[in-house]
Ligand binder design. Structure first.
Ligand code: UDP
Length: 330
């Protein structure tokens, strides 16, 4: 039996595929390579290139493979892009989930672990954010991921497809041995951008706003190491395998770092200077996102191994310096 990883060529997807294979799972990957990289996929995984909105293609994968369950990463995830092109997000994310659940149902596959997000919560009413807090997204990215969570809920009631939605907060780091890492074009995420500035590949960092109601006025985010997320997906899959009910979990470190604190941490780890300027707020950004991950720790027995911002930055820096042009360098 195999786990189908949809979006397995992306940043978090490829680390999860790699981790599953290291833990002796059979893995099938579907990815349209629109943002992912074929070189990121562990060669022991069986790879089908195609789009999950292509029902015939997807059905063919389910018919050809012995699929036990799905881990779904194939969604667009850039907040500012979603503000500019909301319908692109509805098409890829929401319609993609629609086709996936239909094809799963038709092929009697009844387990799905879904890559959800803190962006489903929007502006938090209290910190840290628990699973039962109100979800009011402030951008189309979060809105589409919330719609996807709800689709799974109704598909569970109607067809018995069990799901786990993992709402991750901010993700960073790379496989510690350095073969795979984060490679987005264009890069929009804070840690890789700060590292590019530290390496001199960019002139300076623009911090998007310093007038938020936070410790130093910049946004506060909660960072998790990508390997700890990979393990959370494995545990969530096992949780469903054991016959448990559908569930949601927040995944973070329960520690918030302001954007300026991330810059300081990068300077410390790399020993490099990071020139910066303060720019306007980025539309759609909530001021503070910090997770309460108690539920994942107690129910899934999730025990993050890389629970420090310096380890996250160190592994990301190792990847950046050995792959200055990402997967093009391989
Ligand atoms: N950010 C920034 N400058 C950049 C990129 C990001 O100030 O060039 C900020 C962004 O406004 C947010 C934080 O860094 O407050 C994390 O953003 P990222 O895009 O990495 O992740 P998100 O929180 O959107 O998932």
């Amino acid at each position: 039996m195999s786990i189908l990883v949809v979006g397995g060529a992306g940043y978090i997807g490829s680390h999860t595929v790699d981790w599953l294979i290291d833990n002796n799972y059979e893995v099938v990957v579907v990815d349209n390579l629109s943002t992912g990289h074929q070189k990121a996929i562990n060669q022991k995984a069986k790879f089908y290139e195609g789009d999950l909105r292509d029902r015939e293609f997807l059905n063919n994968v389910f018919q050809s493979e012995n699929i036990d369950g799905v881990i779904h990463f194939a969604a667009f995830s850039i907040v500012p892009e979603s503000m500019k092109s909301p319908l692109k997000y509805y098409d890829n994310n929401v319609y993609g989930m629609n086709v996936l659940l239909e094809v799963m149902h038709e092929n009697n596959v009844d387990k799905i672990v879904f890559s959800s997000t803190a962006a489903t919560f929007g502006e938090a009413k209290h910190i840290p954010i628990t699973e039962t807090d109100e979800q009011i997204p402030t951008n189309p990215y979060g809105e589409t991921k919330l719609a996807m969570e709800k689709m799974m809920h109704w598909a569970d009631l109607a067809y018995g497809i069990k799901f786990v939605a993992l709402r991750y907060f901010n993700v960073g780091g790379a496989k510690p041995t350095g073969e795979i890492g984060e490679d987005h074009h264009p890069e929009t995420h804070l840690i890789p951008i700060v590292l590019e500035v530290a390496r001199g590949q960019r002139d300076k960092l623009t911090i998007f706003g310093d007038d938020y109601d936070t410790k130093d006025g910049t946004n506060v985010r909660d960072y998790v190491h990508v390997m700890d997320l990979a393990e959370a997906h494995r545990l969530a899959f096992e949780y469903l395998q054991s016959g448990n009910e559908s569930n949601n979990f927040n995944l973070g470190s329960s520690t918030g770092f302001s954007n300026l604190e991330i810059v300081e941490a990068v300077k410390e780890v790399t020993g490099k200077d990071v020139p910066l300027e303060i720019g306007d707020r980025r539309p759609g950004d909530p001021s503070t996102l910090i997770a309460d991950s108690t539920k994942a720790k107690t129910v899934l027995n999730w025990q993050p191994q890389y629970d420090s911002i310096s380890k996250i930055i160190e592994d990301a820096w190792n990847w950046e310096t050995t792959h200055p042009n990402g997967y093009e360098d391989k």
